[in-house]
Design a protein around this ligand. Structure first.
Ligand code: HEC
Ligand code: HEC
Ligand code: HEC
Length: 479
């Protein structure tokens, strides 16, 4: 990486985009795109439902599809849902849309649950009507998505989903004893926003593990944390206002940051929600059962966080450049000092003291939950694989799996956790980094061996049929 060009591009980004994410609490919701006084009230309500159900995260802001959803079975591509008659859903009736959303059934085939119908199954009729009216008004795009789903046997047999649906739809249950606000929150969390598709771990059939509802799950290289109100491993220490601020702005100062898939959920969806809906989500998240997991997160100890070096150095990249240049020289002379490695690899974006470059939109990382967790997996994965920005114009963090070895990555992780997260100590080792680099690559047993199991199943079925026929013939002969 070329530091100067990185810095220049950072400055350029800072100048061109000062309006990305507003800060602070009680902010007005971002104004909803696609809403216009020229449209009927029903259509505008549908535009809000599309945001709240985050259709754009997968079908794209123009609804033309083509986004790959990674699954252990292979990539599943979202489809064009513009009103194009040939390539989109222009021939859909409202009942067709209802079947697709609630039952995972398109007019000609069963859908894969990469389309979150197990969550949408609880969508209200009136919301589907509004959504249908709205989808008629988006510009039709007569173009097929660039990629088509092509899963290996037996997953290419879409009717298998009928059996899967029987086991796993609906994916959530309604809780008893909620007040009206919490009921609204439950509807948003479980049905529209489908938060559980990322935050609830899966069972062996890849459906929700309902006993571990919202207690955190691994998503490829990302970890969606425990968001139950558990004090030690969840978000028990967050106030309702903290949750609202995080969902509105994508960050909580010195506490948490919404990167990767969560950054997308905020950018496409939650930042547009009305305050009362965000409050309803927060109130519901406080009412779900607390689940303790082994991924504890230590409380922020403000006294141990670094103090910004001084206004000009913390917030001025050019003033930092001598520090960075010196560290780079040390590293190229063979130094493995974690501080020098941090400065050389990370400092140009996150700053010498971790406070980042607010003007250039690079995230301050001081105190963030992702560097305070007992398991270093989330942090190490970010260093290995980088962070894609949530939107086309978001800044990107590169991955370092090629550039740095496991020992160096472990050193940086320890440096960051102790110096910027206030942990008393951190013992990430090169072996931990190697383990993290290879986990998630293993597929669940049923999926890995599904082809084999399907063939065995067919052979067993044939044997059973032969056995039955012979038994019938024998009993006839006896008669
Ligand atoms: C998490 C990703 C995701 C989200 C969110 C999502 N979809 Fe989908 N959707 C998909 C995928 C993937 C497919 C294709 C599934 C397949 O091939 O079986 C799909 C297919 C569909 C289809 C079937 C189209 C056809 O082939 O006839 C419709 C209709 C649809 N989505 C509408 C919506 C609407 C409306 C929303 C928002 C309420 C939404 N989707 C949200 C991923 C998503
Ligand atoms: C597409 C997957 C995805 C969806 C959908 C999603 N999340 Fe997340 N969420 C994540 C990931 C990944 C993180 C970790 C982000 C990071 O550390 O940068 C996260 C982080 C969070 C955090 C911060 C927790 C902490 O300890 O720092 C909260 C709170 C949260 N999500 C709530 C929600 C809620 C509420 C919803 C539904 C409205 C939701 N998420 C939907 C993937 C998702
Ligand atoms: C080219 C600039 C750049 C470099 C170099 C860089 N980062 Fe980042 N980093 C970012 C950006 C941008 C984000 C926020 C990404 C987003 O918008 O989702 C980020 C986010 C993070 C986060 C917060 C993730 C979360 O979601 O909680 C951590 C922790 C982090 N970086 C650590 C590091 C470490 C450690 C290094 C050095 C090995 C490093 N970064 C190098 C740009 C950079």
């Amino acid at each position: 990486m070329k530091p100067l060009s990185v810095m220049l591009s950072m400055l350029a980004i800072g100048i061109t985009s000062s309006t990305v994410m507003a800060e602070g609490a009680n902010l007005p919701n971002a104004s909803l795109p696609n809403v216009s006084p020229a449209n009927s009230e029903l259509v505008n309500r549908g535009a809000y439902i599309a945001r709240a159900a985050d259709c754009m995260a997968c079908h794209g802001e123009s609804y033309t599809g083509g986004t790959a959803i990674e699954t252990p079975m292979g990539d599943i591509y979202s489809t064009n849902i513009t009103p194009s008659k040939r390539y989109g859903i222009g021939n859909y009736t409202e009942a067709d849309l209802k079947n697709a959303l609630q039952k995972g059934r398109a007019p000609s085939h069963m859908l894969y649950p990469a389309m979150p119908y197990p969550s949408y199954s609880g969508m209200k009729e009136e919301d589907i009507s509004a959504l249908f009216a709205y989808l008629q008004t988006v510009p039709a795009v007569d173009e097929a998505p660039k990629q088509k789903t092509d899963l290996p046997f037996p997953f290419n047999i879409r009717s298998l989903m009928i059996g899967w649906n029987f086991l796993n739809v609906p994916s959530t249950e309604k809780r008893d004893g909620l007040n009206e606000t919490q009921k609204r929150g439950e509807y948003l969390v479980n049905n529209l926003e489908h938060c559980g598709t990322c935050h609830t771990p899966r069972n062996s059939t890849m459906g929700f593990n309902k006993k571990m509802y919202l207690s955190g799950a691994q998503l490829g290289h990302w970890h969606a944390p425990n968001i139950t109100p558990d004090e030690s491993s969840g978000i028990g220490s967050w106030s309702e206002q903290d949750i609202v601020t995080y969902l509105r702005t994508g960050e909580l100062d010195q506490r948490a940051y919404a990167g990767g898939p969560m950054g997308e959920a905020v950018a496409h969806s939650t930042r547009y929600l009305k305050n009362e809906d965000l409050s309803a989500i927060a109130s519901y998240l406080k009412a779900v059962p607390a689940i303790q997991t082994d991924d504890k997160v230590s409380a922020v100890d403000v006294s141990r966080l670094p103090t910004p070096i001084n206004e000009s150095i913390t917030h001025d990249l050019l003033a930092q450049k001598d520090y960075l240049a010196q560290a780079k020289t040390e590293v190229s002379n063979g130094s493995n000092s974690p501080e020098a490695l941090y400065l050389a690899a990370c400092g140009s974006c996150h700053g010498v003291d971790g406070y980042g470059q607010p003007d250039a939109r690079y995230a301050p990382i001081v105190g963030l939950s992702s560097i305070r967790r007992e398991k270093p997996d989330a942090l190490v994965n970010m260093i290995l694989h980088g962070v894609e920005g949530a939107t086309d114009t978001s800044p990107i963090m590169p991955g370092f799996s090629e550039e740095l070895n496991s020992e160096q990555i472990a050193g940086i992780a320890n440096y960051v956790r102790v110096n910027f997260a206030g942990l008393a100590n951190s013992k990430v080792s090169a072996a931990d980094v190697d383990r993290i680099a290879t986990t998630g690559v293993e597929k669940p047993f049923l999926i890995k061996y599904a082809g084999l199991l399907a063939i065995i199943g067919i052979i067993v079925a044939i044997l059973v049929i032969i056995f039955i026929i012979r038994a019938i013939l024998r009993s006839k002969r006896r008669r």
